[in-house]
Write a protein that binds this ligand. Structure first.
Ligand SMILES: [Zn+2]
Length: 286
C-alpha cells in the first residue's frame, strides 16, 4: 500500500511528464524525472516510456545507490545523474532532465546562458552554465554535472539537453520551463542583433530581493571567476553583468563588435556609442 504522499508524488511526476511532452521538451522516450520519497528511497520514471503518457503505477522506487526496490519496470538510464544531484544537494527533493530544443541548441552551439538579461532568471536561476560533454547514461555524465550542481539549480548539458532541480517535482519542472523560455528570448535578442545586459549593481539588488520572494538559491556571484581552478567544483556563479554606477541596463557593445564582419556595417545607438567612447577613455586612464 502506498501512502498519500507517495500517491501525490507519483501524480506530480505524471503531470510534469505530461507538460514536458506538451511543450515539446522531449521526443520519443527522452527525459526523466525523480523525487525523494524518504531518506532511503527515491521515486523515478521508468525507461523506454514516452514521458507524456505515463501512469502513476509505472514509477520505479530505487535506493540512493540506484538499486531497484519496487516496480515492474527498470529505472531511467540517466538515474546516475539524478543520484549525483541528490548527493550534493540535501536541500533539493526533485530532479528533471529533458531535451528542450532551443536550450539544447545553445548547448550544442556551446553558448551558455550566463548573461544577466532577464530579472526573473537572475532572481530564480542566476547563471545557467554548460556541463561538458559526456556520453549519456555513463558515469561521465554525473561527473560533468558535479562541477556545477552545488551552485546551480539548472544547467545545460553539452550536445545533449538540460537538467534542473528544486524543492519538489513541479519546482524542478518550472525551472526547465524557465530555461527554455530564457533560451527562446536570448535567441530572438541575438537574432535582432543586440542585447542590453543588467548591470552588476542591479543584479545584486535583484539577488537581495530573493529573500522577499522566499527564494533560497542560487549561489552568490563569484567575486573573481579567474580564481577558480579548472578542475574545481563551482561554489559560486559566474554571470555576465557589467559594472555600471549609473545605468541599470548596459548595451552589450562588445558582442555587436565581435559579431560584425571586418568590412560590414555596424549600427550603434547614441547611448552605445557614448558608452563605447567612455569605456575607451577609462581604459586609457587606467
Ligand atoms: Zn537525455
Amino acid at each position: 500500500m502506498s501512502s498519500r504522499l507517495e500517491e501525490q508524488l507519483r501524480a506530480d511526476i505524471v503531470e510534469a511528464g505530461r507538460r514536458m511532452n506538451a511543450r515539446g521538451y522531449v521526443a520519443s522516450n527522452d527525459g526523466n524525472i525523480s523525487t525523494r520519497l524518504d531518506e532511503g528511497r527515491l521515486l523515478t520514471t521508468p525507461k523506454s516510456v514516452p514521458k507524456g503518457f505515463m501512469t502513476p503505477d509505472m514509477m520505479v522506487i530505487v535506493d540512493y545507490e540506484g538499486r531497484k526496490l519496487v516496480g515492474d519496470r527498470d529505472p531511467s538510464s540517466e538515474l546516475l545523474m539524478h543520484l549525483e544531484v541528490y548527493k550534493h544537494r540535501p536541500d533539493v527533493n526533485a530532479v528533471v532532465h529533458a531535451h528542450p530544443p532551443i536550450a539544447t541548441g545553445f548547448a550544442v552551439a556551446g553558448i551558455p546562458l550566463t548573461r544577466a538579461v532577464l530579472a526573473e532568471v537572475v532572481t530564480t536561476l542566476g547563471s545557467i552554465p554548460i556541463a561538458e560533454y559526456a556520453t549519456p547514461s555513463t558515469a561521465e555524465l554525473p561527473a560533468a554535472v558535479r562541477k556545477y550542481i552545488k551552485a546551480h539549480d539548472g544547467m545545460l548539458l553539452a550536445n545533449h539537453g538540460a537538467v534542473t532541480c528544486g524543492k519538489d517535482v513541479m519546482a524542478a519542472y518550472y525551472k526547465m520551463e524557465t530555461i527554455e523560455h530564457f533560451a527562446k528570448i536570448s535567441l530572438v535578442a541575438r537574432l535582432l542583433g543586440r542585447e542590453n545586459l543588467i548591470s552588476r549593481e542591479e543584479v545584486e539588488r535583484l539577488q537581495g530581493l530573493r529573500g522577499m520572494y522566499g527564494i533560497a538559491s542560487p549561489a552568490p556571484l563569484c567575486a573573481d571567476p579567474s580564481d577558480l581552478a579548472s578542475g574545481e567544483d563551482f561554489l559560486c556563479q559566474v554571470l555576465e553583468a557589467p559594472e555600471s554606477a549609473t545605468e541599470r541596463l548596459v548595451p552589450d557593445v562588445d558582442s555587436v563588435l565581435r559579431t560584425a564582419s571586418r568590412d560590414g556595417e555596424i549600427r550603434l545607438t547614441y547611448g552605445e556609442l557614448t558608452a563605447l567612447i567612455a569605456d575607451a577613455v577609462k581604459n586609457l586612464r587606467d
